[in-house]
Design a protein around this ligand. Structure first.
Ligand SMILES: *Cc1c(COP(=O)(O)O)cnc(C)c1O
Length: 243
């Protein structure tokens, strides 16, 4: 049974986040339609996803491949839903990602890239991916180290190899900056990611680099002002994650 109270609450918050994205985009002269809203449902039980679907959500972001694949199967193939993987993927979970997701935001090593390339070849597809960078330099975060602009050139040999993998389609970059409750404090990190994207697009014009995945519940408006094309918003739409 669908929880109609939950559907109404999610719909209201979903529309409100969309409206705030549009306002932030227009404020910097961007088209609101140039920003895709990914609704993050990691750790949320199936009824929350069913309610979100009924509320009009059609792009879901998940962090754990096995949990996500169970949800994909439970929601059923008849629903027109796009699934994005946004969390760290262990190499041994690469097959699940290659088979079930429309976009991987969090590609963070050449080793994982090689495995994804192999499984994508077996599946007969070219997997869209974003490269994750650690622009804040925190030990706890995944992604290629990118805090120090002077060392960006060190990243180029690995990225060059990665771009040679025929079954991966590199579309841009992603980051998860340090957590702040004041969104303005995220701005320099978002700006750094955009500058890194611009740098990579000059170094490697053969890839598209158009996607910038950045911004969560606390700071998505700042991310949009700084050029985000994908924002990953969970709690502000579906409510707090269960403990
Ligand atoms: C959980 C998560 C989000 C969403 O965070 P909220 O606070 O729920 O908006 C976004 N990106 C990543 C990588 C996450 O793990």
């Amino acid at each position: 049974m669908l929880d109609e109270t939950l559907v109404a609450a999610i719909r209201e918050r979903y529309l409100s986040v969309q409206a705030r994205i549009a306002t932030a985009a227009r404020a910097v002269g961007r088209e609101p339609g140039s920003v895709q809203l990914v609704v993050v449902t990691k750790s949320q039980p199936l009824p929350v996803l069913q309610a979100a679907l009924a509320a009009g959500v059609h792009v879901f972001g998940e962090n754990y491949p096995e949990e996500a694949v169970t949800k994909i199967q439970d929601l059923g193939a008849e629903n027109k839903v796009e699934w994005h993987m946004i969390g760290h993927v262990q190499s041994r979970k690469a097959r699940l990602v290659a088979e079930h997701f429309a976009l991987l935001h969090s590609l963070d090593s050449l080793k994982l890239a090689r495995r994804l390339d192999r499984f994508s070849a077996e599946t007969g597809r070219r997997l869209p991916v974003l490269l994750e960078f650690n622009v804040g330099g925190e030990e706890s975060k995944f992604g290629w180290p990118a805090r120090d602009v002077a060392r960006w050139a060190d990243l180029l040999p690995e990225i060059d190899q990665l771009l040679g993998l025929a079954h991966l389609d590199v579309r841009g970059v992603m980051t998860m900056p340090p957590f702040f409750t004041d969104a303005e404090l995220s701005r320099p990190y978002f700006r750094r990611l955009r500058q890194l994207r611009d740098y990579l697009s000059v170094q490697f014009p053969q890839a598209a680099w158009q996607e910038l995945s950045m911004g969560t519940s606390v700071d998505f408006q700042v991310a949009v002002q700084e050029g985000a094309t994908l924002v990953r918003v969970g709690q502000a739409i579906v409510g707090p994650r269960p403990a």
